[in-house]
Design a protein around this ligand. Structure first.
Ligand code: URA
Length: 260
C-alpha cells in the first residue's frame, strides 16, 4: 500500500482507541487535524492513504451520480417526512469508499445541518472511525431514512419503502467492499430479516445489489446511540471486535490497542 507514516495520526489513533475503551467521551476538536479536510456533501478522494474499492467507475463519475441522488432526496416528497424536515440528509463521504456506514435516520442535529451523524452519536461514530485508523473522509456515511422522523421515533414501514431506493442506488454506485449497518433498523432493513441486532452482529452477511453482481459483505454492529445509552466495557468491546473484522476483511492495519 506504500503508506507514509504520519506520527500525529498514529498518536491520535492510539489516544482515540484508549479513550473509546476507557469510557472517555471528550471528543477532541477535529478541525486542527493535519489530515482533516472540509467534508462537502460528497467529499473528494482526498487522503489517498487507503486504496480505493473495487469499483470500476472513476471516482469523479460516481461523485456526480451521488450528487444527482442527493438532489433528488432534497426535493423528495414521497412520504410524510418530506414536509416535516428542515433539511434532508442524503449522506456524505468518499465517492469510492471501501466502507459505507448506514445508520437509521437523521436526528435533530442532522436535520438542522443536512449532514449525517453530526450529533452525539455522530461524535462517537467519528471516534470509532478514527480508532480504526481511518478518517471520516475515507468512508461514506448515510442512513436508511433521509429525513428525520418526528421525535426520533422508529422509521415507519411506508417511510422505509419510499426511501430505501435512494440508499440502494447509493450503495450500488459506491460499490463498497464492506457495509457497516449501525443498529437493528439498518441491519434488518438491509438484510430483510427480523433477527435482533444481538443475533446479527459480529459476523459477515451478504448484501446483494442486483442479479449478476457480487454480494457486498455486511457487518452489523450496535448503533452509536445505543452504545451511548449502554456504555459498558462489554458493548464497546463488541463494537471493536466487529470493526476489527471489517479492518481484517479490508486488509487494513489493526491499531495496536485493538489487537489485544
Ligand atoms: N442516528 C442515525 O441513525 N443517523 C444519524 O445520522 C444520526 C443519528
Amino acid at each position: 500500500m506504500g503508506k507514509n507514516v504520519d506520527i500525529t495520526k498514529v498518536v491520535r489513533q492510539h489516544a482515540d482507541m484508549e479513550n473509546f475503551f476507557t469510557g472517555g467521551f471528550a471528543v477532541r476538536g477535529q478541525r486542527g487535524r493535519r489530515e482533516q479536510i472540509e467534508i462537502s456533501e460528497v467529499a473528494d478522494n482526498v487522503t489517498g492513504e487507503f486504496e480505493n474499492n473495487q469499483n470500476d467507475k472513476p471516482a469523479g463519475d460516481i461523485k456526480i451520480e451521488l450528487e444527482k441522488i442527493a438532489d433528488e432526496v432534497r426535493c423528495c416528497r414521497k412520504c410524510g417526512l418530506g414536509s416535516l424536515r428542515t433539511n434532508a440528509v442524503p449522506g456524505e463521504g468518499k465517492a469510492n469508499a471501501q466502507i459505507v456506514f448506514v445508520g437509521e435516520g437523521p436526528g435533530a442535529d442532522e436535520d438542522a445541518q443536512g449532514r449525517p451523524f453530526v450529533g452525539r452519536a455522530g461524535k462517537l461514530l467519528d471516534k470509532i472511525i478514527t480508532g480504526c485508523g481511518l478518517n471520516r473522509s475515507d468512508v461514506f456515511i448515510c442512513n436508511i431514512l433521509k429525513c428525520r422522523p418526528p421525535g426520533n421515533r422508529d422509521p415507519g414501514a411506508e417511510e422505509i419503502i419510499s426511501c430505501l431506493p435512494y440508499l440502494q442506488r447509493q450503495i450500488e454506485l459506491i460499490n463498497p467492499d464492506v457495509i457497516v449497518a449501525l443498529g437493528a433498523h439498518a441491519a434488518r432493513t438491509l438484510l430483510d430479516t427480523n433477527k435482533s441486532i444481538g443475533q446479527l452482529r459480529g459476523q459477515f452477511h451478504e448484501y446483494y445489489t442486483g442479479i449478476g453482481r457480487a454480494a457486498i459483505k455486511l457487518m452489523a454492529t450496535y448503533h452509536p446511540a445505543y452504545l451511548l445509552r449502554n456504555y459498558s466495557q462489554d458493548n464497546r468491546r463488541k463494537v471493536w471486535e466487529d470493526m476489527k473484522k471489517v479492518l481484517a476483511e479490508l486488509d487494513l492495519p489493526i491499531p495496536e490497542r485493538g489487537k489485544k
